[in-house]
Design a protein around this ligand. Structure first.
Ligand code: NAD
Ligand code: ZN
Length: 346
């Protein structure tokens, strides 16, 4: 079969590899679509190898069950689904509480095994997955379903954790209207009555934000925090979702979140927000605000996301590429010209 593999730091190749074998608890999935996440670019740019042998990339996977391990119950060959990306231990206290995204077996600052980031992923004709990770999608289009695995999952998790702030009349800020951000705006519209302010650096991204239901679009710049304060009667936004995570956006979040507000860091740009203790006065961190570094989501968050897509509350703007053209898709994502999500189809 064909697989998009990271063979050396910075080197991506479409290679012929054997179809994976499966264990007793696994499924073999015939891939229908695999999304490309900005995190994949980060992985390609790592200066060292994640593992010695070439790694098949892809953690946003939708497809059809091709074969079933001997001990698997409850699934049939031909079932269509999306793959939950936290391949957690399933037995620790966090997993038992449904918080598989912060599985104890992963260690304190690491993340649970994720396809395409350790185990082989789904940018291929076939992928092996633990049966526990399979979430049915009914007749949902694969190109729409694959981005549920991360675009929707990680956005939904961050938003669900800020429900207390997102009361009717509240304001939510979405920074970065790419794959995750454009889905986050729709999730805010579908699950809260908050007014959504979208922030990005490009006019086309802001036009996408408007189509997704944002009410106010702001081009990111030195005055953005002041503009958000003005739009919220100098109080600030009840929740700020940062899907970029660089110093500039972290500073924007610190300077525009409301007292008792929620700042959710999802983007992994290495930004360091300045949170200082002590009475502030001026543009610093307000009383009562909280920050969460948000990773992925729970399996139940994925099931909710799929339900929202199936009931028509969630759409994904995607650009389709043949699997063989993966390098072109990566280049376009890096150049910032993808609107919504780039999706590879085998
Ligand atoms: P993307 O490339 O599709 O979108 C990023 C968007 O941010 C683009 O629209 C870009 O124009 C915009 N942007 C860039 N710099 C900006 C700035 N200074 N101000 C405002 N907007 C800016 O990326 P994506 O796939 O949506 O991923 C977003 C981030 O989230 C990445 O850092 C990715 O690694 C991370 N991520 C985190 C998790 C998690 O669980 N924490 C999950 C998936 C992705
Ligand atoms: Zn991702």
């Amino acid at each position: 079969m064909r697989a998009v593999q990271l063979t050396d730091p910075g080197v991506i190749e479409v290679r012929e590899v054997p179809v994976p074998t499966i264990g007793a608890q696994d499924l073999l999935i015939r891939v229908g679509a695999a999304g490309i996440c900005h995190s994949d670019l980060t992985l390609i740019d790592f200066p060292y190898k994640m593992r010695e042998e070439p790694l098949t990339m892809g953690h946003e996977i939708a497809g059809t069950i091709e074969a079933i391990g001997d001990d698997v119950v409850g699934h049939q060959v031909g079932d269509r689904g999306v793959v939950y990306l936290c391949w957690s231990c399933g037995v620790c206290r966090e997993c038992a509480s449904g918080n598989e995204n912060v599985c104890e077996a992963a260690g304190r600052t690491a993340m649970p095994p994720c396809p395409g980031l350790g185990p082989d992923g789904g940018m291929a004709d076939f992928v092996r997955v633990p049966a526990r990770s399979f979430v049915p999608i009914g007749d949902l289009d694969f190109c729409l379903a694959a981005p549920m695995a991360d675009c929707a999952l990680s956005s939904y998790h961050a938003i669900r954790g800020a429900q207390e702030q997102l009361r009717p009349g509240s304001t939510a800020v979405v920074i970065g209207v790419g794959g995750l951000g454009h889905v986050a705006i729709q999730l805010l519209r579908a699950t809260t009555a908050a007014r959504v302010i979208a922030v990005d650096i490009g006019p086309e991204q802001l036009a996408l934000a408007e189509r997704c239901g944002a009410e106010i679009m702001l081009e990111s710049g030195p005055d953005t925090a002041a503009e958000i304060l003005r739009l919220t009667g100098e109080r600030g936004a009840d929740a700020v979702f940062d899907f970029v995570g660089v110093d500039a956006t972290a500073t924007l979040a610190v300077q525009s979140v409301a007292p008792n507000g929620a700042y959710r860091m999802v983007g992994l740009g290495g930004g360091a927000p300045e949170l200082t203790a002590g009475p502030a006065g001026g543009p610093g961190w307000p009383w009562g605000a909280s920050v969460r570094k948000s990773y992925g989501g729970t399996k139940s968050d994925l099931i909710d996301s799929v339900a929202l897509a199936r009931s028509g509350h969630l759409d994904v703007e995607y650009q389709r590429f043949d699997l063989a053209d993966a390098a072109t898709a990566f280049d376009q994502l890096r150049a910032g010209v993808i609107r919504g999500r780039a999706v590879l189809v085998p």
